[in-house]
Design a protein around this ligand. Structure first.
Ligand SMILES: [Zn+2]
Length: 121
């Protein structure tokens, strides 16, 4: 593994556990009869985690004590996404460093303009 890949890999491991989804706070009435909280109109706060699994959206109930852990995992998911965006440039840079003559927009431009000239004549 190259040094830039190694660096991203090390960062990635620090961002575990990670998840993608959206955490939403909803207020729902409960099933208890004569509940004072529901009667006051406040209802009960509940956290739901919405995840997409193969295109299908699912909503999962999140127990209160799990909320901080899931918030951290969501943040980690975004950090990992940022790292994955850095991975493309890192891989391309690595490739360029190994074969400098064949890459870069200048090389492509020279090649295509040379071909055009040769087809005209
Ligand atoms: Zn209630």
């Amino acid at each position: 593994m190259s040094s830039s890949q190694q660096r991203l890999w090390n960062q990635l491991q620090g961002y575990w556990p990670a998840l993608k989804g959206s955490l939403a706070l909803v207020h729902k009435p409960c099933i208890r009869p004569n509940c004072p909280t529901c009667a006051s109109g406040k209802k009960h706060p509940n956290y739901l985690l919405a995840v997409t699994d193969k295109g299908r959206r699912r909503c999962l109930y999140v127990p209160g004590p799990m909320v901080p852990a899931l918030k951290r995992a969501l943040k980690n998911g975004r950090r990992i996404e940022q790292l994955l965006y850095q991975m493309g440039p890192a891989l391309l840079e690595e490739y360029r460093a190994q074969s400098p003559a064949q890459t870069g927009p200048a090389a492509v431009f020279r090649k295509s303009s040379a071909q055009k000239r040769s087809t005209k004549s």
